[in-house]
Ligand binder design. Structure first.
Ligand code: ZN
Ligand code: ZN
Length: 151
């Protein structure tokens, strides 16, 4: 597997993927879900729920937090966005379309965040957890530091 490209995929391909997943699951990429995804994707960096609501003021006037959280849950479930727990923020997946190991490199100075996907790291962690008789559900690694520009 190794490390894969970290650039953000195009909005069109991400939307097309989302629609195909929804059809497969018998659900729908509703207008709200699509608009919220577009905001997360356009941010190009981790964005918090309240910033998403602000950004939606034109396209979904009066958007309420529960609406946005529900849509985000949906987008997380189908793998279009990742949640960055340490920032309480969301970021669009760099290459949706398959499940994958995720490690996030987060610059604490400028906020630049990029996704790397090394399956081996996750496999090692799962093996270690198993030696402790622990069953891993999911694991996202959030690595804080400084990007090349901020060093
Ligand atoms: Zn991803
Ligand atoms: Zn930086």
């Amino acid at each position: 597997m190794g490390i894969m490209a970290k650039e953000t995929g195009s909005l069109e391909s991400a939307i097309a993927y989302a629609e195909s997943i929804c059809i497969k699951n018998g659900t729908k990429l509703t207008d709200n879900r699509r608009k919220i995804f577009e905001v997360v994707h356009a941010a190009g960096r981790p964005i918090g729920a309240y910033d998403i609501i602000d950004a939606l003021s034109d396209s979904i006037p009066g958007a309420k937090p529960p609406t946005v959280y529900r849509a985000l849950e949906f987008l997380l479930e189908i793998g279009l966005v990742h949640k960055i727990e340490s920032l309480n923020a969301f970021m669009s997946c760099a290459h949706p379309g398959h499940t994958h190991a995720v490690q996030m490199l987060i610059c604490d100075s400028c906020g630049l965040t990029s996704e790397i996907n090394d399956q081996e790291i996750n496999s090692n962690v799962v093996s270690l957890a198993n030696t402790q008789d622990f069953e891993v559900d999911h694991a996202i690694f959030e690595i804080h530091g400084k990007c090349s520009r901020c060093q």
